[in-house]
Design a protein around this ligand. Structure first.
Ligand SMILES: *[C@@H]1O[C@H](CO)[C@@H](O)[C@H](O)[C@H]1NC(C)=O
Ligand SMILES: *[C@@H]1O[C@H](CO)[C@@H](O)[C@H](O)[C@H]1NC(C)=O
Ligand SMILES: *[C@@H]1O[C@H](CO)[C@@H](O)[C@H](O)[C@H]1NC(C)=O
Length: 177
């Protein structure tokens, strides 16, 4: 087989793999770690019909304005229990919002929800944070463009750290098939 044919085959295989890969969100959990700082009013994964599922959440903030936020995010994959997989990074969120090139992985994460959130501006934050009906299909199109991941059950853990104290966790469970 010529090299160009081989490349073509690989390309086709790759496209097929991308088309069949499907991201299914199965659960979301929001936890406040200090209700004098932050408290979730709601945190839902809702299924309107087969094609329209979304995530909405609202976190009330009591010590405003917030000028320093770090986010830790870790990806875990389920084997017999959830085990760390590929990513576990902590990043200054204010710097990423200001300069996307500061951390491209984090910027990718941010790009998945910023258009559906009032977190769509640079620091500081002087208001409650709302994520309003983030469509799962929207997140899917972002993810399937980069997904070289094996099928399985995953947990995407995020910790929201203000002034170097972890204030809230948002965990999203999803399955790749
Ligand atoms: C699913 O619900 C959305 C929002 O109500 C609607 O726009 C869409 O047409 C529905 N899709 C199907 C397949 O029923
Ligand atoms: C991520 O790394 C931090 C610091 O090394 C560690 O404390 C934490 O447990 C790790 N998280 C996961 C899910 O492995
Ligand atoms: C941020 O989102 C709000 C709606 O949640 C919108 O009114 C506002 O124009 C957006 N700001 C930017 C800078 O995109």
């Amino acid at each position: 087989m010529s090299l160009s044919r081989l490349l073509l085959c690989l390309l086709i295989l790759y496209s097929v793999e991308r088309i069949v890969s499907l991201v299914e969100f199965t659960n979301i959990q929001c936890t406040s770690l200090g209700e004098d700082f932050a408290d979730f009013e709601y945190c839902v994964l809702k299924s309107v019909n087969r094609s329209f599922k979304y995530i909405s959440l609202k976190v009330k903030l009591f010590k405003l304005p917030i000028t320093k936020i770090k986010v830790n995010f870790a990806l875990l994959k389920r084997y017999s229990g959830y085990k760390p997989f590929l990513y576990n990074i902590t990043v200054d969120a204010c710097k990423v919002i200001k300069n996307p090139k500061y951390n491209p992985v984090m910027d990718f994460f941010y790009s998945c929800f910023k258009d559906f959130s009032n977190m769509n501006h640079t620091c500081p934050f002087d208001h409650d944070i709302i994520l309003e009906k983030l469509p799962i299909a929207y997140v899917n199109t972002k993810f399937t463009a980069v997904l070289p991941f094996p099928v399985g059950d995953y947990l995407f853990q995020t910790s929201w750290i203000a002034y170097d104290v972890n204030r809230a966790n948002v965990n999203v469970y999803f399955t790749l098939s």
